[in-house]
Design a protein around this ligand. Sequence first.
Ligand code: SF4
Length: 102
Amino acid sequence: MISPVEDTTLPSSVATEMFHERGKISLKYFIEIDREGCIACATCYTIDPEHFESDSEGKSKVVGGTSNGKSTGSFEDQLISQAEAAESSCPVSVIRVTKKEQ
Ligand code: SF4
């Protein structure tokens, strides 16, 4: 049987999550927001409220993460594709999602 990560018909993020779901790999990832450049457009926390939230001024911060300067947080869940969608949708490109396989 072909592994999801070897199946070239699947988007890489889907294949990684399927493989992760089978309990073979623990996928940890980090999210960083450079809040100085955030224009408070609300896109990221509308797309992905599991990982992004608004502060009192409408600027984004990582849920459970720091809120001064750069907001950072680490996660280990099945929802990385939402975080990546928020990253690619940020109009000023101040979000970074970095995977770290263990
Ligand atoms: S999408 Fe980018 S600019 Fe908009 S609130 Fe989120 S971090 Fe800020």
